[in-house]
Design a protein. Structure first.
Length: 106
């Protein structure tokens, strides 16, 4: 299960994944949880136009296409340039690069 931390002063939601695999089930679960976090933030802030999301993937060794779908859905809610992924293992980094999403990597 991922951990979430929101800093209102920075408008930054940090998501730290502790799963090794972000497969279909994990991606769907995290999608629902992040949507709940976004709803809480919207209730507080009323405006998420400048919201930034950083996803720490230190523990992640594998991502499925469902996770990439999840990222693209997130980009419909926030600005694409405000979504960043950090601490990827080389295999995960190469997947991002291969499908043209390396701009998400910080």
């Amino acid at each position: 299960m991922a951990k979430y931390n929101y800093s209102a002063s920075n408008q930054l939601l940090t998501v730290v994944f502790d799963e090794k695999k972000l497969d279909w089930d994990a991606s769907e679960t995290n999608k629902k949880l992040i949507e709940l976090e976004l709803e809480k933030i919207i209730a507080q802030e009323q405006n998420i136009s400048e919201l930034r999301i950083t996803m720490d993937m230190t523990a992640v060794e594998y991502v499925s296409s469902a996770f990439f779908r999840f990222l693209l859905i997130l980009c419909q809610r926030i600005k694409k340039e405000n979504l960043k992924v950090t601490n990827t293992k080389i295999f995960v980094y190469n997947l991002f690069k291969e499908i043209g999403l390396s701009s998400f990597i910080l």
